[in-house]
Ligand binder design. Structure first.
Ligand code: KIV
Ligand code: ZN
Length: 500
């Protein structure tokens, strides 16, 4: 029988602290819904006392997401806990995550305090949070650098006060795997009431050991792991959800199971990366562009003969349809033939030789050959069918100003046909949206419309998010453009294409 490992996702709290990665509430809801589909057990939604925006996000996420436990972070401060409890008001299942620094460094320089006083503050915070919720998690910040005997005393005291989960963060990513594993084992063996709480790992990646430390923590008895999608997080980031989950899945002898729908991993990774403007490094484990790409001729041939020759995980398991064999100048005919057949082209030997010749000419100039390039190579213009967006903005013309009734003319390309309409509205965006509404046959209601500048200049790109409702379902659209009216119409069309 396998043990259940609880997946505590903190993409929207620890992950979102990365400069430049801040999301608005609409975006957070989109990520939270994706995390719910992914099957995370606990979703840390924010730190409500830190800003009105964070408070509101926790409120909205509590309403929008029903399956995972919604968790809110606090310091060991009553005001923080009051605000967190208020923000969690609508959550179906809720948890308050409170804590305090326990290393001598934190005790002295952050709190100007002493060990005994810190234990008292930790106990009070847990008891105070317990007034609001049953499920209280306690974090011993900088536990990685906290002396084990003292840490055990803190943990025993907070469990006695009612903590249901005890989080042992390696806040600075300092521990070596054997130290972190020994720390968890020490707590398991020396905290009298440890069986009354779940031990959680929370590892940072400053020395590149976040995943290794989390795994060794699990091996030594932790049954909750705190993670983020793509390992995003402050500085070098947090432990990657996808890495821990796929380790547990591919190394069955560890006897650990998660409730994650692994087939949603890849698309969740891409969603987080694009909304947070945080590219995934190509060689990132599990979700990097090259994670399942085989470019040398020998490897490509081996994978085609039997995937397991060079792959320990079937890419389909993480939601990648095909092992994407990167085609480069070193690729052989077999790889080209295979990729073309995925694209739907079955070529004779003679045709294949011809295409292969052209392919090598292009591959000498271009590092990666994309599917679009291949379509051109076989004499088919790209975009002829597959995955094409059915609606495209062809032209937009608006007239507006202080003494003009705003009017917009929108031309859309719908499967090769140009459709045009002119409409008026309260402003240029409203007029354009009215024209689009008249052009498409879907009845939709605009639920959210948000424009944001990325930096501060008037020449900046405007990011636009829209959410529309159609037959009880919600669709999200996004675009960016220096012309915010154009970006708005593009975002609306993006959402409409999702209905199609
Ligand atoms: O890294 C850390 O210590 C944290 C705590 C606030 C849980 O993120
Ligand atoms: Zn952290």
């Amino acid at each position: 029988m396998s043990d259940k490992l609880f997946i505590f996702d903190t993409t929207l709290r620890d992950g979102e602290q990365v400069p430049g990665c801040q999301l608005n509430t609409v975006e957070k809801i989109e990520v939270a819904k994706a995390l719910e589909l992914l099957g995370v057990d606990i979703l840390e939604a924010g730190f409500p006392v830190s800003s009105p925006g964070d408070f509101q996000s926790v409120v909205e996420l509590s309403k929008a997401v029903r399956k995972p436990v919604i968790c809110a972070l606090t310091r060991s401060v009553e005001k923080d806990i009051d605000v967190a409890a208020e923000a969690l008001k609508y959550a179906k299942r809720k948890r308050i995550h409170t804590g305090i620094g326990t290393s001598d460094l934190h005790i002295k320089y952050k709190f100007n305090s002493n060990r005994e006083e810190i234990i008292e503050r930790a106990i009070s915070a847990v008891k105070y949070a317990k007034k609001y919720v049953e499920d209280v998690e306690f974090y011993a910040e900088d536990a990685g650098r906290t002396e084990n005997e003292y840490l055990a005393r803190v943990i025993e005291a907070v469990i006695k006060a009612g903590a249901t989960v005890v989080n042992i963060p390696d806040t600075t990513g300092y521990c070596l795997p054997d130290e972190y594993g020994a720390k968890i084992r020490f707590l398991k063996e020396n905290v009298k009431n440890i069986d009354k709480a779940i031990i959680s790992t929370h590892c940072h990646n400053d020395l590149g050991m976040a995943t290794a430390n989390s795994v060794i923590g699990i091996i030594n008895g932790a049954r909750q792991v705190e993670v983020t999608i793509n390992g995003i997080g402050e500085r070098a980031g947090n432990t990657s959800l996808e890495e821990v989950v796929m380790i547990m899945r591919s190394r069955k002898h560890l006897g650990i199971e998660t409730g994650i729908n692994t087939r949603n991993i890849f698309k969740t990774s891409r969603l987080v990366s694009s909304l947070m403007n945080m590219p995934v490094q190509p060689n990132k484990s599990i979700v990097g562009r090259n994670a399942f790409a085989h470019s040398s001729g020998i490897h490509q041939d081996g994978v085609l003969k039997n995937r397991e020759n060079y792959e320990i995980i079937d890419p389909v398991e993480v939601g990648i349809d095909e092992s994407s064999i990167a085609l480069t100048a070193r690729s052989g005919r077999a790889a080209l033939k295979h990729r073309l057949s995925i694209l739907g082209y079955e070529l004779s030997q003679e045709q294949l030789d011809e295409v292969y010749k052209k392919f090598l000419e292009v591959a000498d100039k271009k590092k990666d050959i994309k599917d679009d390039d291949l379509e051109v190579l076989v004499g088919i213009s790209s975009g002829n069918g597959r995955n094409r967006k059915r609606l495209k903005l062809e032209r937009l013309q608006v007239l507006c100003g202080s003494s003009t009734i705003p009017v917009a003319t929108v031309s859309l390309d719908y499967e090769g046909e140009t459709l045009t309409k002119t409409s008026v509205g309260t402003g240029p965006v409203d007029a354009s949206f009215n024209a689009v509404k008249e052009l498409v046959h879907h009845k939709f209601k605009l639920e959210e419309y948000l424009v944001q500048a990325i930096t501060k200049g008037s020449d900046d790109l405007g990011k636009v998010h829209v959410q529309i409702e159609n037959r009880g379902k919600y669709y999200y659209g996004y675009s960016g453009n220096t012309d915010i009216v154009t970006a708005s119409v593009e975002a609306l069309i993006d959402a409409l294409n999702r209905i199609v």
